[in-house]
Design a protein around this ligand. Structure first.
Ligand code: GDP
Length: 214
């Protein structure tokens, strides 16, 4: 179900990745601007406000790496990050699910994400961030369908677990696992994280190191 075990070596491999200085590479508004596909990459997806920027910053121990969701101009793009000597890109995907988003924006988002998911052979895993207070919502299910269709592996990562009680965490984990179990491209195991307390962050680093090894 939820808990994945990591060996001390795997935890250390994750820490080693993030001892390096991660830096912003570029924003990609369409696939014409992608960096070379010379290394594996993992991407982070989630509804606006899920805590994606905070989690990427916590992973990299770099408060300003991923800007907050409201930075104009960068919210509709794929943001690429790299670190010296690390054969991996991390990609911050644009947040989705704004109820008041204009239709044209939603269409632009959908086109970019579809093209990216289908066209990026080096994309090894998408971490699908899910607010632990809310669980999976319809926009998440729509993105899961896109990933199923593109045959891109994805894994759910609960965020903000500091905001809920242990019993609620058990419940949201079970409910989320039940939905994921019906999706072929989804990993059954998920991670529970908090950027605020650091819970689960070392495990997510280890999972990223695992994904990079293929
Ligand atoms: P994004 O839109 O997905 O990039 O979300 P942000 O990282 O900008 O976070 C959205 C809001 O949630 C901000 O007010 C954060 O301070 C808050 N937040 C993010 N992660 C956590 C967390 O782990 N715990 C708590 N309590 N709040 C968080």
């Amino acid at each position: 179900m939820a808990d994945e075990a990591f060996t001390p070596d795997e935890i250390e491999a994750g820490e080693a990745l993030f001892r390096r200085q991660w830096r912003f590479v570029r924003s990609v508004p369409s696939l014409d601007f992608l960096p070379a596909h010379d290394r594996p990459e993992c991407a982070f997806a989630g509804r606006s406000n899920v805590g994606k920027s905070s989690l990427i910053n916590a992973l990299a121990r770099h408060g300003g790496l991923a800007r907050t969701s409201n930075t104009p101009g960068r919210t509709q793009e794929l943001n690429f990050f790299e670190a010296p000597g690390v054969p991996l890109f991390m990609v911050d995907m644009p947040g989705y699910g704004f109820a008041e988003a204009p239709k044209a924006k939603v269409e632009q988002w959908t086109r970019l994400v579809k093209d990216y998911l289908r066209g990026r052979a080096t994309l090894v895993r998408v971490f699908l961030l899910v607010d632990a207070r809310h669980g999976l919502k319809p926009p998440d299910l729509a993105v899961m369908q896109l990933m199923d269709e593109a045959a891109v592996s994805y894994q759910a990562v609960l965020t903000k677990v500091d905001k809920i009680k242990p019993a609620e965490l058990v419940r949201v984990t079970q409910n989320t696992a039940a939905v994921l179990g019906k999706h072929a491209a989804a990993y059954p195991a998920m991670l529970a994280t908090s950027s605020q307390t650091g819970a689960g962050v070392a495990e997510l680093r280890a999972e990223i190191a695992r994904s990079a090894k293929g």
